[in-house]
Write a protein of this length. Sequence first.
Length: 305
Amino acid sequence: KSKNWSDRRPGTNDNRRMKLRDLFDFMLLAALWGASFLFTRIAAPAFGPIVIADLRTAIAALVLLSLLAWRGGVAELAPNALRLVVLGAFNSALPFTLFAYAALSITAGLASILNATVPLFAALVAWLWLRDRLTSLQWLGLAIGFAGVLWLSADSASFKPGGSGWAIAAGLLASVSYGFSGNLVKRSVAHVRPLAVATGSQIAASVLLLPLTLLNLPPAMPSLLDWFALIALGVFCTGIAYALYFRLIARIGPTKTMAVTFLIPAFAILWGVMFLAESVTFVMLGGCAVILVGTALATQIISKR
């Protein structure tokens, strides 16, 4: 198998039919990433945004490093250390912290809907930075997607004390960071095997956040439930989820794998309702639908054909 992400182009693996095992992995990945918003909302008040982001990346790094050592890819980390540090900052350290901050004020479902804008920002960054040309349908998708964001924000955002305006802004900034890092992967670490990229970026993110963590330790020992949520977030929603993600890319291709974005809000909303008794409004569901239609157009999942 090629170690180069650029070798996995649509048309190589993307034409393969999804098998039952792939479908199971796909649904499990969506469920795990949806649960990450639930666990973050549980643990963030006790640990604080910076500490939870740092411990999450540290736990994930241990899981991924074990997998990478088992597959004999540890030697790829050192030659690409600087690239992985930059990627770790924008793909994990910054967005994990921002979404943890957002979880202090908004529901898991709303946070996951904001996360669904990542492909929109990725397409916009690719146009601005990599000079990727966008079709008229992609521009329409961007417009529709951002209209959905404005709809959600107009209904929920308030920058008054106790409002959720800053939390929504943090979630959107985290999505911008994810969109930038996705293009950074294509530009600077396409020659490195995906599992090594994931491992190195998590290690780098954990180290980058460590000084801030030492300055922001929680004033009291978190409860057992908080520790359980944090460990589940690191092991399952980050470490194992990354492994599933890269396995799906190898088996069914990147285009089909990226469609998992459409299922994450559904699972996040479901877990929030089941375990946190979060409410779901018509505006949330409508805004989510508008964003996902725009994303499907912007990423060319919906095309003229």
